[in-house]
Design a protein around this ligand. Structure first.
Ligand SMILES: NC(=O)c1ccc[n+]([C@@H]2O[C@H](COP(=O)([O-])OP(=O)(O)OC[C@H]3O[C@@H](n4cnc5c(N)ncnc54)[C@H](OP(=O)(O)O)[C@@H]3O)[C@@H](O)[C@H]2O)c1
Length: 248
């Protein structure tokens, strides 16, 4: 039987792309899901689909820039299922731009969602996982969390931060012998709605000239499943997943 069976998984950014694909993959393998994002219609549709297919999912409209809303999300999982086994901190934005365009509101949003949203997610589940003496926190970084290039300064900075925070958390939880696992997943180019937040025409032009074929959300979903399915004493701490044709 899959090690995923009946695990309670909280997933942020579940309304599209990698989050949606991962929710389906984990549900198909027996996980119970608490799905979060801002677009309620999408969450409702996904939850209905999962439940109609014999899965077990609920959703809560959640903006990850709100500490309170993430606390309420964790409470929903406890009220519904009595425990929290896995948090997938997946919500993220990527409005790439050259810094001289001074798109400061977009910088703020990336810091708020990509970094603070991840921190608030950790804060919402850590006390419960400590009490359970079990848990798994999976943070979605990026290949951009390992590198940087023109137009990617702030986004890369946020994704580097996700990796640093996760590695620090890993060391602290190992020190505390809390039995909490951490995993950093760093996708390369995946075909999702992520690029829709880009407003810098120069960045968009550059992306159009790339002839790389992105991989699919299901490819990241199966990687996340692999990390969760390991025996409790085995922590997959970090994985990069790129399209074979991706150079940087
Ligand atoms: N696609 C790629 O090539 C790629 C590569 C590397 C890393 N990643 C990372 O993968 C993660 C998922 O992205 P994706 O590619 O699947 O893109 P996506 O389809 O645009 O999904 C992003 C998700 O984040 C949610 N979100 C955004 N702001 C939010 C907020 N304030 N509160 C709650 N949820 C919020 C969105 O839901 P709502 O709008 O409904 O709130 C959506 O569900 C991100 O962290 C991204 O940085 C993606």
């Amino acid at each position: 039987m899959s090690n995923l069976k009946d695990k309670v998984v909280l997933m942020t950014g579940a309304s599209s792309g990698i989050g949606e694909g991962t929710a389906k993959e984990l549900s198909d393998n027996g996980a119970k899901l608490v799905l979060a994002a801002r677009r309620e219609e999408r969450l409702q549709e996904l939850t209905d689909e999962i439940n109609q297919n014999g899965g077990d999912a609920v959703y809560k409209v959640t903006d990850v820039t709100s500490r309170e809303q993430l606390q309420e999300l964790a409470q929903k999982a406890l009220d519904q299922y009595g425990r929290i086994d896995v948090l997938v901190n997946n919500a993220g934005l990527m409005p790439l731009s050259f810094m001289d365009k001074l798109k400061i509101d977009e910088w703020d949003k990336m810091v708020d969602v990509n970094i603070k949203g991840v921190l608030y997610g950790v804060a919402a589940v850590l006390p419960t996982m400590r009490e359970q003496k079990a848990g798994h926190i999976i943070n979605i970084s990026s290949v951009a969390g390992h590198t940087v290039g023109p137009g990617m300064s702030v986004y890369s900075g946020t994704k580097h931060a996700v990796r640093t925070i996760t590695e620090g958390l890993r060391q602290e939880e190992a020190l505390a012998e809390s039995n909490i696992r951490t995993t950093i997943i760093s996708p390369g180019a995946v075909a999702t709605e992520l690029q829709e937040t880009i407003t810098d025409e120069d960045v968009l032009q550059g992306l159009k000239s790339s002839n790389m074929t992105p991989i699919q959300s299901k490819d990241i979903a199966s990687t996340i499943r692999y990390a969760i399915e390991q025996p409790e004493e085995v922590a997959i701490n970090e994985i990069l997943v790129r399209p074979t044709s991706q150079q940087g």
